[in-house]
Ligand binder design. Structure first.
Ligand code: ZN
Length: 275
């Protein structure tokens, strides 16, 4: 299949169409799994659980099997969820995530169907992260995420030093608390208001005054400002101030000519300009 000759809009329209077909297939898989479970076919075929059937017979990865089984079980109680997955209103993984929360909550109390329907509705058009946040806020407000990483001896030494320096705020030397203090410090420094309004600087230098920089960051709400057809990039990663009209082409350092871009969109801009 040679796609290299396709126009951008064709490529996107066809890809969108394919993902629609993909969702239709996924919802069919869920309905078939429901029937397999109802008939206990996995047992008859020699698998001890539907999960084992999914991983060993259907060759799903454990994570793939898990989301399908969770979503399928939710679909048993609330059949509309299957329709919503097909329509793309709720993603498979968000449906699965919701079911996981319902299942854990039901160990403590009965979760009425109406509540589940309401929660599901709140997840329409949510990204995975937004859905996770909503579900955690509702069912697991104390939820903590485990972070793990490899630290070099130099980093360990620096952390120990920080622990000592910040011991008055964190007497026990708790690592999570320490990182939180350090994060607060960086954010506070960054958000510190700069005195004076943004200066209308003439194009004598490429350097953007601190007050203008702070203004642009704040105006962008610390989020990439790349936008197309009303869809704004959600990245907050490695943001940089970009000249809308390039500085080299006479673009000014005034806020109207500045915007905040993530590193990916910054590179993309260069890619577009060079291509
Ligand atoms: Zn971006």
């Amino acid at each position: 299949m040679d796609l290299s000759k396709k126009k951008n809009n064709e490529l996107l329209a066809e890809l969108k169409d394919l993902t629609g077909q993909e969702r239709l297939l996924v919802t069919r898989v869920l309905l078939y799994l429901q029937e397999v479970e109802k008939r206990k076919l996995f047992l008859e075929e020699g698998y001890s659980s539907l999960f084992a059937f999914c991983t060993e017979f259907l060759l799903y990865t454990p994570a793939e099997a898990q989301v399908r089984i969770e979503a399928m079980r939710l679909g048993k109680e609330i059949p509309e969820v299957i329709e919503k997955i097909n329509e793309g209103k709720v993603s498979l993984s968000n449906a699965a995530e919701a079911q996981g929360h319902f299942r854990r909550e039901e160990k403590k109390r009965v979760v009425p169907k109406a509540e589940k329907e309401e929660v599901l509705e709140s997840l329409y058009d949510c990204t995975t992260r937004e859905a996770e946040k909503k579900l955690n806020e509702r069912y697991d407000p104390e939820a903590k995420v485990k972070l793990s990483f490899y630290a070099s001896p130099e980093l360990l030494e620096k952390l120990e030093k920080c622990k000592g320096l910040l011991a008055h705020q964190n007497y026990e030397g708790d690592l999570a608390k320490l990182i939180e203090i350090l994060a607060d410090k960086v954010i506070k420094e960054h958000d510190a208001p700069v005195r004076g309004a943004p200066q209308a600087q003439e194009n004598k230098t490429r350097y953007i005054p601190k007050s203008t920089q702070a203004f642009v960051w704040k105006r962008a709400n610390h989020q990439c400002e790349y936008e197309k057809n009303g869809k704004r990039c959600s990245s907050r990663h490695a943001l940089e101030i970009d000249h809308i009209v390039e500085y080299a082409k006479g673009g000014s350092n005034k806020p109207e000519n500045l915007r905040l871009l993530c590193s990916a969109h910054n590179k993309f801009r260069n890619f577009q300009q060079s291509g």
